[in-house]
Design a protein around this ligand. Structure first.
Ligand SMILES: *Cc1c(COP(=O)(O)O)cnc(C)c1O
Length: 434
């Protein structure tokens, strides 16, 4: 069958169903807030409204109950949540924080905001989360914390990494943006470290436009996150806080409208994740016999919430490159509603290994003089050169592709079209060999 990339008829021309999780519940909630006239009630001073308005506080209460944690603190993004978490644990200039090189860039930037140094560790070839052995090799006397990422929707290696953190007295911050409602045993992802951080941005499983939530069972860290969220420096004196470390505040506050939407979204989280899991299961049953594909493994005792479906491609089995194969598959498929401009939602690799970004290559962050990298605070030899994390580089440059064609809204016939495209290109791959 002539491949679409060579001018043949594509498997699918009709746009795939949009992932649309906003409905009447959210409309009613937003109207309730609009009718109240209070779109945000935060005050940046030591008054009762320091903690926000009724929707914000109710959202936080419901999130804490759902997750079984003492504190849930709403913020305006996962990024600001990570920043406040790093500030709260007291990162000092030059302190080292071990981060993954294969994650959204904000997970690694958080330490830098406090002039800490991101130290990149490698990932597990089967699960793509931080590799405990690589982490241990990167620990120095300046290491203060690890930012673990439940990448693509799978929890990190909780037992081993938490044990390592305990041995070296390190904080664990869990970036759970991609893994809401993933489990390790009976516990929910986001609750495994000292602090967990969620995202409510438009691309995540549930969203409020923009937004985030920080969770912790530690009373002191929770209060420090709340201070950083809301103009700490203007509040500490009246509140009687004497620990001034990193008590420079920002405005990371969530609005009442976002909180009201977040409350509705939280109720949908479980069914939305379960539908994703069901779709992935079906799609994998259709793809599993393509010899060059390795479908994602799920770590023992964990569930996967499939923010994306990350599949490995083996060029030596296929006889063609990952790029040739995926570009031909994409040519067989259509875009997705609400995101038509992006074309078929399949990515070659995920993100470029973070240390290869200009920021790390040129070491220009604050001002023009390479601060804090080239400063008396930074004591270790920086490793940002190519080759630093070989598994990340191999996955990104040769092996991995990621897709989102299993999101709720996709029906069996849509999933069948996806599988048909992968099979069609596989069976006609000799057409690509020239
Ligand atoms: C989306 C994402 C973020 C950033 O979330 P925002 O809410 O947009 O700030 C951080 N880390 C990971 C792993 C993400 O996927």
């Amino acid at each position: 069958m002539k491949l679409a990339i060579n001018g043949g008829t594509p498997v699918r021309k009709e746009i795939f169903p949009a992932y649309k999780v906003i409905g009447n519940e959210e409309k009613e909630a937003v109207n309730r807030v609009l009718d109240s006239g209070i779109l945000s009630k935060f005050l940046g001073s030591w008054k009762p409204d320091f903690y926000g308005g009724p929707e914000v506080q109710q959202f936080e209460k419901e999130w804490a109950e759902f997750y079984g944690v003492k504190h849930a603190i709403s913020v305006n993004s996962n990024t600001s949540g990570l920043f406040s978490a790093i500030g709260a644990i007291g990162i000092e200039p030059g302190d080292e924080v071990i981060v993954s090189a294969y994650t959204m860039s904000a997970s690694a930037i958080a330490p830098l905001v406090y002039n800490g140094i991101p130290v990149f560790a490698d990932i597990e070839p089967d699960y793509f989360c931080l590799d405990v052995n690589s982490i241990e090799k990167k620990i120095t006397k300046r290491t203060k914390a690890i930012v673990v990422v439940d990448i693509f929707g799978l929890p990190y290696d909780v037992e081993k990494i938490n044990a390592l953190a305990k041995k070296y007295n390190l904080y664990v911050i869990e970036d759970c943006a991609q893994a809401p409602f993933s489990h390790y045993k009976s516990k929910l992802a986001g609750t495994f470290g000292d602090i967990g951080v969620f995202s409510l941005n438009y691309h995540k499983h549930i969203h409020s436009g923009e937004g985030g939530v920080v969770v912790t069972n530690n009373d002191e860290l929770a209060e420090r996150v709340r201070l950083i969220r809301n103009h700490a420096e203007a509040v500490v004196e009246a509140k009687g806080e004497t620990n001034l470390i990193n008590m420079i505040g920002f405005n990371y506050r969530m609005t009442e409208v976002e909180a009201a939407i977040g409350r509705c979204q939280l109720k949908k989280l479980r069914p939305l994740v379960e539908e994703r899991q069901k779709n992935v299961e079906y799609l994998h049953s259709q793809l599993k016999d393509i010899p060059a594909l390795t479908l994602p493994k799920i770590r023992e005792n964990c569930t996967h919430s499939f923010y994306v479906d990350a599949i490995k491609f083996d060029m030596s089995v296929a006889g063609i490159s990952r790029e040739s194969y995926i570009n031909a598959v994409k040519a067989e498929l259509a875009g997705t509603g609400l995101r038509e401009d992006e074309g078929p939602l399949i990515g070659i690799g995920y993100v470029k290994p973070l240390y290869l970004q200009p920021l790390y290559q040129k070491q220009i962050a604050y001002g023009s003089k390479q601060f804090p990298f080239n400063s008396p605070y930074c004591e270790s030899k920086l490793e940002y050169s190519k080759g630093t994390c070989p598994v990340v580089e191999e996955m990104h440059e040769k092996r991995l592709f990621t897709h989102e064609l299993m999101r709720p809204g996709m029906e069996k016939k849509d999933l069948d079209d996806v599988a048909r495209a992968f099979w069609k290109v596989w069976e006609s791959k000799t057409e690509l060999e020239k």
